[in-house]
Ligand binder design. Structure first.
Ligand SMILES: *Cc1c(COP(=O)(O)O)cnc(C)c1O
Length: 387
């Protein structure tokens, strides 16, 4: 398969899910696997389910529509009013904050003869989606008075907008609200959806887990990192994804540009003060394919800059030639951009092709593939050579 392409190791996705599911099961917390970063890939979703996720979540109806219809599927962004009919047909549940949307969902579900599950999201300080604590009771009443909606529980989302860290103080507000809602309305709430990957640390270490019994996990499963500090999570692999690009020019060039300098295409040019020459390679990858932030080059290689279609690298002492492929690791933003670029091919494999070749003399062989990987990618059930 041609470069640029993103290689997804389904085995890693399954194992990462399993590790997280087991750790959280010890605390009676379930995992919803979030597929939005992989555009609702059915095979990635299946790997999450094999790893023990109890259901799937995605922010887009279009992605949920790709998923197995027999599995619980939650729309994790408040439905657009214009999409409620699709939502009740495509999602078994949705996260909600707006009474007008709840009313429209109820009409759509009644019209379709379907029951739709609702989780009400509570604002705890990160200031993205969420109902003010004082308004939750009114929203609960709206759902309880509906014909076709079923109130499954309450939830919250922290860290995404303002980096607010889930802790005992803010999570206690949610737990007390769950208790109060049950008492006040004479109901039982099955689901307390405590957050995204940023809530993992809290959920695994707190002595006050309270009513939280579910997390919605994307990044932790897919990248093996936790978002608050962007650090790898112990026991998880960070190698589920590799972005493979192809080298189109290699040359020794002066380290410093010459001529009068003004702005470059994407703003200030990087300052280049060193003298001498540099071995520079251009990879056919650009900002149309991936975000420069979160693009992690192989060891011994550094990124000099990226424009729409050219990624310029300092390759140090490496001997690379035109046609060679290079493997990059991805942060979350870079992953999302690469997955949504129409120029990036996708190869879902059951073992990392980057691990199948070990060219001699490379500083970090697991991150680099050789120039003819076609044989490694002819099927999507590649197994590592010699293992
Ligand atoms: C994206 C998202 C998630 C998953 O977040 P990760 O950090 O990838 O785990 C969970 N809940 C909501 C509401 C989201 O938008």
């Amino acid at each position: 398969m041609s470069a640029p392409r993103i290689e997804i190791d389904l085995g890693v996705v399954e194992r990462n899910t399993r590790v997280l599911v087991d750790r959280l099961a010890a605390r009676d917390v379930r995992v919803l696997g979030v597929t939005k970063a992989v555009l609702g890939s059915p095979r990635v979703a299946a790997a999450m389910l094999r790893g023990g996720a109890v259901g799937l979540g995605d922010a887009r109806v279009e992605n949920l529509a790709r998923l197995d219809g027999s599995v619980p599927r939650t729309l994790i962004r408040s439905p657009m009013l214009s999409q409620v009919a699709q939502v009740v047909r495509t999602a078994t549940a949705s996260l909600n904050t707006e009474p007008a949307v709840l009313a429209a969902l109820d009409d759509a579900a009644a019209h379709a003869g379907i029951r739709h599950d609702v989780i009400l999201m509570v604002e705890l300080g990160d200031l993205r989606e969420g109902i003010a604590v004082d308004d939750v009771s009114a929203a609960v009443k709206v759902v309880l008075a509906s014909r076709s909606l079923r109130l499954r529980g309450l939830g919250t989302n922290l860290a995404c907008q303002n980096g607010v860290v889930p802790d005992d103080a803010n999570m206690d507000v949610l737990h007390r609200l769950v208790d109060r809602s049950e008492a006040q309305h004479g109901i039982t709430l099955d689901v307390v959806s405590g957050g995204n990957s940023a809530a993992l640390d809290w959920a695994l270490t707190t002595s006050r887990l309270g009513r939280t019994n579910e997390l919605r996990l994307g990044e932790a499963i897919l990248l093996g990192t936790e978002p608050l500090r962007r650090t790898p999570i112990t026991g998880l692999s960070t190698n589920a994804f590799a972005l493979v690009g192809e080298i189109i020019e290699v040359a020794d060039k002066p380290a410093r540009p010459w001529g009068n300098q003004a702005l470059a295409t994407y703003g200030e040019p990087p300052s280049r003060t060193a003298g001498g020459t540099r071995r520079q390679a251009i990879v056919a990858l650009g900002r149309q394919d991936v975000d420069i932030d979160g693009l992690i080059p192989p060891a011994g290689v550094s990124v000099l800059g990226m424009s729409s279609d050219h990624l310029v690298l300092d390759i140090g002492d490496h001997r690379m030639t035109v046609g060679d492929e290079l493997c990059f690791r991805l942060g979350y933003g870079a992953l999302v951009r690469a997955m949504t670029s129409p120029f990036v091919n996708r190869a879902e494999v059951s073992a990392s092709p980057a691990l199948t070749t070990q060219p001699a003399g490379w500083p970090n062989v697991t991150e680099i593939t050789t120039s003819s990987p076609a044989a490694m990618l002819t099927s999507d059930t590649v197994t590592p050579a010699g293992s």
